[in-house]
Design a protein around this ligand. Structure first.
Ligand code: NAD
Length: 336
């Protein structure tokens, strides 16, 4: 069975190759999946895709027209797939529901710590012989209130880590998590969480309800000077509104691992090119903004688990016509 694997980097190939077994022919492509590149899947029964691949209706139609029957995502999030179109076309969609919530939660805490204690700035200063402390003032995490929006697998691990730092925990979720309640997390409405939290961490999926959750209207609800962290999906924050909030001080600091328009930027070395995204360029000018390029998932353990589950999904589909971890419209409706 031939599988075209889109958006691959050397590390993807290494881990997938190790997890792959007999009878699977993995055809790797560096190309991001789009209507222009979908033809690369010619002759494949399955394609394997990542977070910024385009799985909208026209792309799915093109793929099914070529005989593709399975989309195996190497991610937990599936906001880039038109599930209704996939179902109508009879193409199965699979994902990796959990690989390492620790990877993402630990990276979230790394951003919080670095941003708070200005490690990114201190690193450069010390290398240049500047040992002045002005501008590096942080705050104790102990006793501060951390509000976590989305207390699923990642949010729960983050809550445990934050609890270890002595933070008070507030949570907002459409389904409270008993594991978080056991840590002393109080569940409140979204607005109350925004009003009371010193640090707000966004760990929910991107859905119509969470798209631009941070916007011009919700910004004034946040505690003035809040530390805002997004390691979920870029579009949960309206970046233009965040810039306005940084300019007027509503947002005290901003940590991002994801960005709404990241598809044209992240995962590539663009250091020799002109940055054309003015919103992103503006974000980079703030001393109190720390951005990583969608790397929260990037640990050895997570890549091993992603590769194993992805291969497991494909093999199961080959044997039974159904992947191990299918995502369907029905599944989505039951979750919401
Ligand atoms: P999960 O499904 O275990 O948890 C998500 C939680 O969000 C659930 O408890 C759900 O009830 C809640 N939720 C859904 N809609 C909500 C809403 N409107 N308001 C509040 N809460 C809501 O998922 P997870 O494994 O914890 O991952 C969370 C998200 O993190 C993923 O959807 C993905 O977008 C993102 N993610 C990012 C990276 C990265 O590298 N930056 C890696 C993995 C996942």
């Amino acid at each position: 069975m031939r599988v075209t694997v889109f958006s691959t980097k050397p590390y993807d190939r290494r881990f997938l190759h190790r997890a792959s077994g007999e009878g699977l022919e993995l055809q790797y492509s560096e190309a991001r999946l789009s209507l222009d590149t979908a033809r690369l899947a010619e002759g494949s029964t399955a394609i394997c895709a990542f977070v910024n691949d385009d799985l909208s209706k026209p792309v799915l139609e093109y793929l099914t027209g070529m005989g593709v029957r399975l989309v195996a995502l190497r991610s937990a999030g599936f906001n880039n797939v038109d599930l209704a179109a996939a179902e109508a076309l009879g193409i199965a969609v699979a994902r990796v529901p959990a690989y390492s919530p620790h990877a993402v939660a630990e990276h979230t805490m790394a951003i919080i710590l670095a941003l708070n204690r200005k490690i990114h700035r201190a690193y450069n200063r010390v290398r240049e012989g500047n040992f002045a402390l002005d501008g590096l003032l942080g705050f104790d995490l102990n006793g501060k209130t951390m509000g976590i929006v989305g207390t699923g697998k990642i949010g729960a691990v983050l809550a445990r880590i934050a609890s270890g730092f002595g933070c008070q925990l507030l949570g907002h979720d459409i389904r409270p998590n008993p594991e978080c309640e056991a840590l002393g997390m109080a569940y409140v409405g979204r607005e109350e969480l925004f009003r009371r939290s010193d640090i707000v961490s966004l760990n929910c999926p991107l859905t119509p309800d969470t798209r631009h959750m941070i916007n011009a209207e919700t910004l004034p609800v946040l505690k003035p000077g809040v530390m805002l962290i997004n390691t979920s999906r870029g579009a949960v924050i309206d970046a233009q509104a965040a810039i306005a909030g940084l300019k007027d001080g509503t947002i005290g600091s901003l940590g991002l691992d994801v960005y709404e328009e990241e598809a044209d930027l992240f995962f590539e070395d663009l250091s020799n090119e002109v940055l054309r995204d003015d919103v992103f360029a503006r974000l980079l000018t703030f001393p109190n903004v720390l951005i990583t390029g969608h790397q929260a998932f990037f640990t050895r353990e997570a890549l091993e688990a992603i590769a194993e589950t992805t291969i497991g999904n494909i093999v199961k589909f080959r044997e039974t016509g159904k992947p191990l971890h299918a995502v369907t419209v029905e599944y989505l409706a039951a979750r919401n």
